[in-house]
Design a protein around this ligand. Structure first.
Ligand SMILES: [Zn+2]
Length: 421
């Protein structure tokens, strides 16, 4: 399988890009024969985006109970609805999420949700990449902890049936839902099998207060005392972290995920400490979080929110430039998830998109990256390729009508059985 893209705009000039199997193998003036030829005129080629933190199937809860008090929303809307979800529901919810991600230029996401195989099957069929993490919650009960351990081991073994686009990850939910003993087990399992760990860290003030009360330590200090921190850990949110905690995260080579839209919508009260995190050179990327707290999965929007939030908070227009947030969401994010993509270069995986340079949101073209970060909507993305295969061409994804119909049906059933909208 080969793809030849002719006369496409790349780093300031027009050129040709050739991908064979799943790698970019040639960039230059020559014409190559290929299975698929794409006219790149008026298009720019860019690496695709990475969504660092999602609960993909929560696309089913888009707009379900917005603007309610946080605890009421969770206990009256989200948790009862989640309890009804079957693996098939999660499959359709994830398909809807994948469709939205492809349309907004994302081909890799880091997910944590129930019904592992529902998510993995959807990703496999839709052609993207994902770190699919099995949720681990024991509520501090021994019996639950051992059944969750068994489940993680089983799912890890079963995940081998999927292609290399799907990475198995461990998803201990958070400090307030997983015991210290289980966190230690997860770290050992992750180190043994070289698996990423996906974790919610210090998202709310309540978490900090509870941790101080229970352990007389800040969350990162407590995690450090458990020996849980390591380079395989990807910690999401981390908005309530003190300087000394950032030092510990840095020393243990932990990566972070900034979710600006979700933090704003859920009224978290603190923002990602970008200047301190950048000072320490702690790797981080950007995510959307689930659709219930965002309400979309557009990384174009997440990049803009991330950049604007820092400028506003620190009264500094130079902070987190378009170029920097772009590199964070592409090249640097791929590195965090151990995927050899994120740059249009010979040898890299063939994960890229073609952007319509004539779209109204891209005109004029003083700076294409600025346009993508501050102006673009998903509509500017024309073609998306992942692992050397075309997932979207001229804005169209195979089977999208069926996905929309099925996911709408599932969402309606869940919302109306038991609770009222
Ligand atoms: Zn989350």
């Amino acid at each position: 399988m080969s793809i030849f893209i002719q006369n496409v705009f790349l780093r300031g000039k027009n050129t040709n890009v050739y991908a064979e199997n799943n790698r970019i193998t040639y960039i230059g003036g020559e014409t190559r024969k290929a299975d698929i030829c794409i006219d790149g005129s008026n298009k720019a080629i860019f690496p695709t985006l990475v969504n660092g933190h999602t609960h993909a199937a929560m696309s089913l809860f888009r707009g379900y109970g917005d603007d309610m008090p946080l605890q009421e929303w969770l206990s009256q809307k989200i948790w009862p609805a989640e309890a009804k979800l079957t693996q098939e529901d999660v499959y359709w919810g994830t398909k809807l999420a994948c469709l939205e991600m492809i349309k907004s230029g994302t081909t890799l996401f880091n997910d944590m949700y129930w019904h592992f195989h529902g998510t993995a099957r959807a990703v496999e069929e839709m052609g993207l990449r994902a770190v699919v993490c099995s949720v681990f919650i024991d509520f501090f009960q021994e019996s639950k902890a051992s059944s969750q351990q068994k489940e993680s081991e089983t799912l890890y073994a079963e995940s081998r049936q999927y292609s290399s686009r799907i990475q198995f990850g461990l998803g201990p939910h958070a400090l307030y839902t997983v015991s210290g003993k289980s966190l230690s087990w997860i770290k050992e399992f992750a180190m043994d099998k070289n698996l990423l760990i996906h974790f919610h860290l210090s998202e709310t003030q309540q978490e900090i207060e509870e941790c101080l009360k229970a352990h007389n330590m800040l969350p990162v200090e407590y995690l450090d005392s458990l020996n849980f921190l390591c380079p395989l850990l990807v910690a999401c949110h981390a908005v309530y972290v003190e300087d000394k905690e950032l030092d510990i995260l840095k020393n243990n080579k932990v990566s972070l995920v900034h979710n600006p839209t979700s933090n704003l919508k859920l009224g978290g009260g603190k923002i990602f400490r970008y200047p301190q995190i950048k000072d320490r050179n702690i790797p981080f990327c950007v995510g959307t979080d689930g659709c219930a707290s965002n309400n979309n999965l557009s990384m174009l929007e997440a990049m803009k929110f991330a950049a604007l939030l820092q400028k506003w908070a620190h009264r500094d227009t130079t902070l987190l430039s378009a170029q920097e947030i772009w590199e964070t969401a592409t090249e640097k994010a791929h590195r965090i998830f151990h995927v050899d993509a994120g740059k249009i270069e010979v040898g890299k995986l063939a994960d890229f998109m073609l952007v319509d340079k004539k779209h109204i949101l891209m005109i004029p073209d003083h700076n294409t990256i600025s346009n993508l970060v501050y102006s673009a909507s998903p509509g500017v993305i024309d073609t998306v390729v992942c692992d050397g295969k075309i997932l979207m061409e001229k804005g169209k994804v195979d089977g999208e009508e069926e996905i929309i119909a099925k996911a709408s049906e599932v969402a309606k059933r869940i919302a109306f059985s038991g609770t009222t909208l």
